[in-house]
Design a protein around this ligand. Structure first.
Ligand SMILES: *[C@@H]1O[C@H](CO)[C@@H](O)[C@H](O)[C@H]1NC(C)=O
Length: 162
């Protein structure tokens, strides 16, 4: 009797762990701290308040990353959403790609120069306080889709990020 209870306990624990490992991407470069830290440097430089991790936003981001296993850069209808995809892409590097769009952003004119810069303006959006991200492997087997959601959402048309 005791034995079978233990087996049930072990089974329940493994199921719980399995569930955890499925809902949270634990690979290096994809943990909440990695995502938050990747935003911290540029936000410090610009004297913007830091972002904090939000588990609910992360859930939404993960769900959309899972839906975009075709790796198409198509946004959901949600505001305050950054996306990146690429071979072997990890979370910290995805955020770094958005930060690197800085060179495409013309602050005085508040617009992008030649290429996209919306990832950057969301990263440095002053009013955004929380971030949550998710990552999913695409159907091609080598690429990954990274999605971050921000709250309050940034990139409000007609407003500057800071
Ligand atoms: C994330 O990806 C970048 C670019 O491929 C790589 O340089 C970096 O080492 C990766 N980070 C981790 C923690 O794996």
């Amino acid at each position: 009797m005791v034995y079978s209870h233990n087996i049930l306990l072990v089974l329940a624990l493994s199921l719980a762990l399995l569930h955890l490992s499925h809902t949270q991407d634990q690979e290096p470069g994809n943990n909440p701290d990695d995502y938050v830290n990747a935003h911290s440097c540029i936000r410090k430089v610009l004297e913007l308040p830091p972002l904090t991790w939000d588990a609910e936003l992360a859930k939404v981001a993960q769900a959309y990353a899972d839906k975009r296993k075709d790796c198409q850069m198509v946004h959901s209808d949600r505001c305050g959403e950054n996306m990146a995809s690429g071979p072997l892409l990890n979370g910290s590097y995805a955020v770094q790609m958005w930060v690197d769009q800085r060179r495409e952003y013309d602050y005085d004119a508040n617009k992008c120069k030649e290429k996209m810069c919306g990832g950057y303006t969301q990263v440095v959006w002053k009013e955004s306080q929380r971030v949550g991200c998710g990552r999913s492997q695409c159907d091609d087997g080598s690429s990954w889709m990274v999605v971050c959601n921000y709250d309050p959402p940034g990139n409000i048309v007609g407003q500057k990020p800071y």
